[in-house]
Design a protein around this ligand. Structure first.
Ligand code: ZN
Ligand code: ZN
Length: 422
């Protein structure tokens, strides 16, 4: 419904402007929804605001801690239609000082699950879907592909590097917030054209990450590197306020501070904003392939129920006999553990980095066993009957098939999982 009100000009007899543009001079157009002060009324008063657009947008929130709570709260209040929230941790009492969505009686429950429940309570127009698990392995690229932007609300470098690489591979913008006592900063990345998270890492951080990658295929029971950072609810609110506001502008196609670091030194009230250029030594900008624009073949396969054999069948139907599944640049799978000292071997199946050192100890000498790693599968591994989830592929993931000669590649998506998220 649209009502048109004719406003008389001071001269009283102003002629009709030629044409009948909806907001022509002398007329005010009031839309039906403006007559009722609905939930979004004040937001719609913002000139460039498009509530419909927000309602049809998906945002991935990586991390449901102090920053994630704020981001999820903001996005739900704004009426963003779909949130996908990934976190692996449970709620602890010490989280309650910085987590607007958590209550005392939530302690012990999963952060992602509770945050999503509260978001939908705050705004029933928002659908919030929790993904319980380690961000590095649990978020399928198909989820990120269908989102407008990814918000990084993480507390450690390793998770940030993985998130950055996921976004890089899809050419997806990400906005990463960080906290340090009462200071905070927000990085906006639009790789590969702008810098990425790894561009800004110092050499010592990169070295440490590489060291962990090469020798820590098995996870140690420790908090990422970065550890527990002293933070406050105020800095989380400021960082996430900036982060969410940039996201909203990005969704509306407005200018965003791509490749820039914005923030506040909270102890001296100094705001900063400077450019983070693409680093020549960036591990991602050197070798990581951006899949954006490449054709993705949508299959009916599901991570939880489809097998490696079925996936190879799909790959070979398109790329011919002998084509293989390649997880290069994505992840490595541990297919066995061995202890040279005791001449022992054990079959296991886990994503490298996700199997704990304690679960990989030799039964005889109790030392961690050496993992047998694979990132390519041709069906001769004896794993054909294993499900894709058992192989460490998340729901709605996108993987690559390569033909027998290694000349042709094709992307395949586990689109059978679509209804889990959309
Ligand atoms: Zn980079
Ligand atoms: Zn041993």
């Amino acid at each position: 419904m649209a009502i048109e009100i004719k406003v008389l000009d001071k001269r009283g007899d102003d002629p009709e402007p030629s044409g009948s543009a909806p907001n022509a001079y002398g007329k005010i157009q009031i839309r039906g929804e403006d007559l009722v002060e609905d939930r979004y009324h004040r937001l719609r008063l913002i000139k460039w605001w498009d509530q419909e657009l927000l309602a049809n947008t998906t945002v991935v929130v990586a991390g449901a801690g102090a920053l994630g709570n704020e981001a999820i709260k903001n996005l739900a209040l704004l009426g963003v239609g779909r949130l996908i929230v990934c976190d692996m941790d449970g709620i602890e009492t010490s989280n309650l000082t910085r987590s607007v969505l958590f209550r005392q009686h939530d302690v012990g429950r999963q952060k992602a699950e509770v945050a999503c429940e509260r978001a939908m309570e705050m705004n029933p127009d928002t659908v919030a879907i929790p993904v319980q698990g380690d961000l590095r392995y649990s978020i399928g690229l198909g989820v990120i592909r269908r989102s407008a932007v990814v918000l990084g609300c993480l507390d450690n470098i390793a998770a940030r590097v993985y998130l950055s690489r996921h976004c890089y591979r899809l050419g997806k913008p990400s906005i990463d917030a960080g906290l340090d006592t009462v200071s905070c900063d927000v990085y906006t990345f639009t790789p590969p054209v702008s810098s990425c998270y790894e561009c800004r890492l110092k050499e010592a951080d990169r070295k440490e990450f590489r060291r962990r990658q090469s020798c820590l295929k098995l996870a140690r029971d420790e908090t990422g590197f970065g550890g527990k950072v002293p933070t406050s609810p105020t800095s989380a609110a400021i960082a996430s306020g900036i982060q969410t506001q940039i996201a909203v502008r990005l969704i509306h196609g407005l200018r965003i501070p791509a490749g820039r670091r914005l923030g506040l030194y909270g102890i001296s009230d100094v705001f900063f904003d400077y450019e983070i250029g693409i680093s020549e030594d960036c591990p991602a900008h050197g070798w990581l392939e951006c899949l954006e624009g490449q054709e993705i073949h949508e299959t009916q396969l599901c991570a939880a129920t489809s097998t490696l054999d079925e996936l190879l069948g799909e790959i070979r139907a398109r790329l011919g006999e002998g084509a293989i599944l390649s997880l290069d640049g994505d992840r490595e799978v541990i297919v066995g553990l061995s202890c040279a000292a005791c001449d022992q071997r054990r079959d296991v199946l886990a994503v490298a980095g996700d199997l704990s050192e304690d679960d990989a100890r030799c039964e005889s000498c109790h030392e961690p066993m050496a993992p047998d790693l694979r990132s390519q599968f041709d069906g001769t591994e004896g794993l054909g009957h294993k499900t894709l989830a058992e192989l460490g592929l998340p729901s709605l993931h996108i993987i690559k098939g390569v033909d027998a000669e290694g000349d042709q590649e094709q992307l395949f998506e586990l689109t059978g999982d679509l209804s889990l998220f959309f």
